[in-house]
Write a protein that binds this ligand. Structure first.
Ligand SMILES: Nc1ncnc2c1ncn2[C@@H]1O[C@H](COP(=O)(O)OP(=O)(O)OP(=O)(O)O)[C@@H](O)[C@H]1O
Ligand SMILES: [Mg+2]
Length: 236
């Protein structure tokens, strides 16, 4: 049994909206092992993004715990948590969250700001990755001057450039045509083969089946199914 890189216990995240309580994440106990590729699926509103944000240390739970490589996130100081986010996890947001007034290159380079990579190497690193993702001729474009699919690839480059231990990707192919979507799927599969742990949120059953050996299904904030396939078997 490999070590869990992420583990949660009875995790909840409730939102209070006037008299109503939205149980976005409702008692999730989940363990993700080093090197796993997990697809998180479920209907719109089932809590996928909320769970992903909690795992990435971007949001704090209402109750319950999250451990990352044995460290309980709620025991970290604000500074340590910022370090965790900056160095250990890469996040591709459903809505990209690129900095609008910065170029594609600068957006990716910015992700290296809190890492140990020497300043003079950051630009080179960022440019190389963008080139690998087919954006070599878009380095100087601002997000508004890029297509949705191109912005998505910049967001992916920004998440990957710091060599995270876990990649959290929220619908990373949601804005791509099938060709580009296939390319991103191939890239994710390759990164996972090289050891990157990936948690992928997707509506796309085909993508989930193609990429991930394990599919976790959410329904109204709870995990209702968690199934794995053996190598060579077709995914559920
Ligand atoms: N800031 C918030 N305040 C109140 N309710 C929220 C907030 N953020 C999310 N919710 C609610 O929590 C639930 C889960 O939302 P979440 O964004 O995690 O769903 P999702 O599974 O990612 O959906 P989608 O597939 O549409 O992206 C939804 O009912 C949503 O309306
Ligand atoms: Mg979402």
């Amino acid at each position: 049994m490999t070590t869990p890189i992420i583990r949660t216990e009875s995790l909840t995240r409730f939102y209070q909206r006037g008299p109503h309580e939205v149980r976005a994440v409702d008692g999730v106990s989940l363990s993700v092992s080093t090197g796993e590729f997990v697809a998180l699926v479920g209907a719109s509103g089932s809590g996928k993004t909320t769970l992903l944000n909690l795992l990435a240390g971007l949001d704090t739970p209402t109750s319950g715990d999250i451990w990352s490589a044995g460290t309980r996130l709620c025991d970290l100081s604000a500074r340590e948590l910022a370090r965790y986010r900056a160095q250990r996890v890469g996040v591709v947001f459903q809505t990209f969250n690129l900095v609008g007034h910065r170029t594609a290159l600068a957006n990716v380079e910015l992700a290296l700001y809190f890492t140990d990579i020497p300043r003079h190497e950051r630009r080179q690193h960022a440019a190389r990755l963008l080139e690998d993702l087919g954006l070599g001729d878009r380095l100087d474009h601002r997000p508004a001057d890029l297509s949705g699919g191109e912005q998505q690839r910049v967001a992916l480059a920004r998440a990957l450039v710091k060599n995270p231990t876990v990649l959290f990707a929220d619908e990373p192919t949601g804005n791509l045509d099938s060709d580009n979507s296939d390319k991103i799927a191939d890239l994710l599969i390759d990164l996972n083969r090289r050891g990157l742990t990936i948690v992928l949120v997707t509506h796309d059953q085909e993508l989930a089946a193609r990429c991930a050996r394990r599919v976790v299904r959410m329904h109204y904030g709870k995990i209702v199914d968690d199934s794995s396939t053996e190598p060579g078997e077709s995914a559920p």
